[in-house]
Design a protein around this ligand. Structure first.
Ligand code: ZN
Length: 474
């Protein structure tokens, strides 16, 4: 087999921070919707580091998953071994690869044994790397395992013919496929652990783990742009000061000048009931975006998370306050720069990933004076707005490199007033980072040390919604 040219070091593919940045491809977005509809759950959408293809990490209902028909026959001995390893570990670490069939079932080209082991263990779901390109199923082969003389050939007869056919159709994979079919080279242990590997994983626990599982753990790929809880300052809840960062919703609540409606409270009942008790109830009606509110990623990203899908770990997190009160007082169109962020970091250290960033501009004190808050109060007119917010370079730094949980601001938008392209919305929402707008009372939140609780109304499918946001200040 001719050797492939060795890639130049660090010259290809994506930097780690870029894997989950940007908007997923349309097929990946579509697949996300289908997986959720099939009863699965999408854990992450990200690009592969080499070819930048969008793919999904998802939990699938196990009975919807089956091996591709051309897969090798099951080795009972191997399934038993694998079942024991997984059972002993008490965890499933090595996601299988899967593609979705039109009928809502899933095919795995490489997970026959792991799938069987999990089914034997009674698992209800399995974690898979789901690829939008179904033809991949013909291109990925199950890795070889050691095969004893009494064990079946690596592929069923039917499988061999399917693979040969596909090999003819795809030059690129011909060699691997032909090498895999009917191969007769001496069996080799699949994995060997070296001392280096043991050191890197942690020597003591490694000794207890069978070779196979250890290597499987090494091969484990888990990406989550948002799932992990940020490490934050310790907080004694019983001693914390609670600050309300929410403007009330009433007839003065500020909406975008071209909003078709505003907040409306309608009295449905207010008085003594016939049964003798007092009874009051209202209905309310409001656009999602206005007042203190959340911008869900789906606001500016076709396949972004909706209000109900945002992980709580992105809404309850350590808070970081960046202050631009001074430059904003001199220039109402001031935009936070990447340099401002780096200057802040010189004083306080790097902004931790998973933090909720709140931009303090001083504009919160202008609420609810529409003219001073938005820069213009002409009804329906959106071209004369002036207020400060984030700039593109600071948003990219915070979202893509610092991996923050959310961007908040005490003005009407995470883009500054004159913005026409809403680039900060695009950057943040495109990476599944929500926005928090019209945040109140940021003067009372320290630059570091507080925790932020920003819980929006859980509107299913919502692009945003009214938000109750508070700070817990030590
Ligand atoms: Zn909004």
């Amino acid at each position: 087999m001719p050797r492939r040219k060795k890639a130049k070091e660090a010259s290809r593919g994506l930097a780690a921070a870029d894997l989950a940045a940007g908007s997923p491809s349309a097929p990946a977005g579509q697949l996300r919707v289908e997986i959720e509809r099939d009863g699965g759950s999408v854990l992450a959408v990200f690009r592969d580091p080499l070819g930048s293809h969008w793919q999904l990490l998802a939990a699938l209902p196990i009975d919807r998953v089956e091996p591709t028909p051309f897969q090798r026959d099951l080795s009972d001995a191997h399934v038993k071994r694998l079942t024991n390893v997984i059972d002993n570990l008490g965890r499933f670490l090595d996601p299988i690869i899967a593609v979705r069939k039109k009928d809502g079932g899933y095919w795995t080209p490489n997970g026959h044994h792991r799938l069987s082991a999990m089914k034997r263990l009674g698992a209800r779901s399995i974690v898979a790397l789901v690829l939008p390109e179904t033809e991949i199923a013909y291109k990925i082969l199950p890795a070889r395992v050691r095969r004893g003389a009494d064990q079946p050939a690596p592929f069923s007869t039917r499988g061999q013919s399917v693979l040969r056919r596909n090999a003819r159709e795809d030059d690129c994979f011909r060699e691997e496929i032909q090498a895999g079919v009917g191969q007769s080279r001496p069996a080799r242990p699949r994995f060997r652990t070296t001392r280096r590997m043991r050191e890197e994983i942690g020597g003591d626990s490694m000794r207890l783990v069978p070779r196979f599982a250890a290597a499987a753990a090494l091969a484990l790929v888990v990406f989550s742009s948002t799932g992990a809880r940020a490490a934050g300052p310790r907080l004694d809840l019983s001693a914390a000061k609670i600050v309300d960062l929410t403007h009330p919703f009433d007839e003065k609540t500020i909406y975008w000048p071209n909003s078709p409606s505003t907040f409306k409270l309608t009295k449905l009942s207010d008085g003594q009931s016939e049964a003798g008790f007092y009874y009051r109830m209202n209905s309310f009606c409001a656009p999602e975006h206005g007042g203190t509110h959340l911008d869900a990623p789906s606001h500016f990203a076709r396949y972004g998370r909706t209000a109900d899908q945002i992980p709580l770990s992105q809404l309850v997190a350590p808070g970081v306050v960046l202050d631009v009160t001074k430059p904003a007082a001199a220039d109402a169109d001031y935009r936070l720069t990447a340099t401002d962020v780096r200057d802040w970091e010189k004083k306080h250290g790097a902004i931790p990933s998973g933090a909720i960033v709140l931009l303090r501009t001083g504009w919160g004190k202008r609420w609810p004076d529409r003219k001073r808050y938005l820069g213009d109060d002409t009804p329906g007119e959106v071209s004369r707005l002036h207020f400060p917010s984030y700039g593109k370079d600071s948003a990219e730094l915070l979202v893509r490199e610092r991996r923050v949980a959310a961007l908040g601001v005490d003005t009407a938008s995470i883009d500054y007033g004159p913005s026409k392209d809403f680039i900060v919305h695009q950057v943040a929402n495109g990476a599944n980072v929500p926005g928090l707008e019209n945040v109140a009372n940021l003067e009372e939140v320290p630059e570091t040390g507080a925790w932020i609780v920003a819980l929006p109304m859980k509107i299913a499918g919502g692009s945003g919604g009214p938000l109750r946001i508070i700070a817990l200040v030590p």
